[in-house]
Design a protein around this ligand. Structure first.
Ligand SMILES: [Zn+2]
Length: 297
């Protein structure tokens, strides 16, 4: 299906869903929202013209879940507005760097090569033979390195110090956003507008529209060591507190259900030091914008 046709189909599905769950009075009092698609993240209403490309861009865009740069399959699951979709590009770059780090792809790892005389930035290329590529982004330090190797041919002893190759908070934000859109595609607007989901939506909008990483509760992203990076899973968390889990590879975003308590993330922390075991009930991974809760009540 062409992108234009898919945008049109998702737009129609969204309009039908929002008209199903909102009181008819809303459309009588506010006729300007008839035939409008709310962006499931920021809940701003978009007209049908928003799916038309002008100069290669449209105001409503196809959202890839997870981002295409993540290992495994991604699906264009919903329409989100350009601000919410493109606003996550910076965060998605960190998610991609994180994924290639844990999945062992030969992404160069940033390092500092240093001894008492100099500290030069470089990249460590992992592989059967480890190589360090030096970067000349600090000419003064690079000159000191050259000076310690007389004639440019002497050998130099230095240590290699790694830096974390990605921003963990930014990578988490991108993962949470993908999880949010996956749950929206499965359940719909009735989930998005439920009071328990409000704080997560506000956090996402704040980050995506400003480009700044928010502080994320530590229990909002959980990890399953040993899971394959191309795995996808959606599940209802039944224990220890009602929640939803959207998993991409080894990491999962924990999101509120309709019934989650306001202190969901504190309660998931458990007592200090003891790991929390989740009771899980699988939900079919959405392959299209199903919005099941909107249409099935
Ligand atoms: Zn939006």
């Amino acid at each position: 299906m062409s992108n234009g046709k898919l945008r049109e189909r998702l737009f129609d599905r969204g309009v039908k869903a929002i008209q199903t769950i909102m009181a008819p009075q809303l459309f009588i009092d506010h006729p300007q929202v008839i035939d409008r698609y709310p962006c499931p993240i920021c809940m701003r209403w978009f007209s049908r013209e928003s799916i038309t490309e002008v100069g290669g861009n449209s105001a409503l865009t196809l959202e890839d879940v997870p981002p295409k740069s993540f290992p495994g399959r991604s699906t264009r699951l919903a329409l989100t507005c350009a601000d919410c979709n493109h606003g996550s590009g910076k965060f998605e770059a960190d998610l991609s760097r994180y994924a290639s780090t844990v999945s062992g792809s030969p992404t160069p790892v940033p390092v500092v090569v240093s001894n008492e005389a100099f500290a030069v930035n470089g990249y460590l290329h992992a592989g059967p033979r480890v190589q360090v590529e030096l970067v000349r982004n600090n000419p003064a330090e690079f000159a000191k390195l050259i000076a310690t190797a007389p004639g440019g041919s002497g050998s130099v002893t230095a240590r290699i110090t790694g830096r974390q190759p990605y921003d963990a908070a930014a990578a988490s934000l991108a993962l949470i956003k993908s999880g949010f859109v996956a749950v929206f595609a499965a359940l719909g607007y009735s989930w998005v507008v439920s009071p328990s989901v409000g704080p997560v939506r506000e956090m996402l909008v704040g980050a995506l529209h400003s480009g700044r990483s928010p502080s994320i509760p530590p229990t909002m992203v959980v990890n399953e060591s040993g899971a394959t990076m191309d795995g996808r899973r959606l599940a209802l968390v039944t224990r220890p507190v009602p929640a939803l889990l959207a998993q991409f590879g080894r990491d999962a975003a924990v999101l509120p259900t309709f019934k989650s308590p306001a202190d969901l993330y504190e309660r998931l922390g458990g007592s200090a030091g003891s790991p929390v075991t989740f009771g899980l009930q699988p939900i079919a991974w959405p392959t299209a914008m199903k919005l099941a809760a909107d249409f099935e009540g």
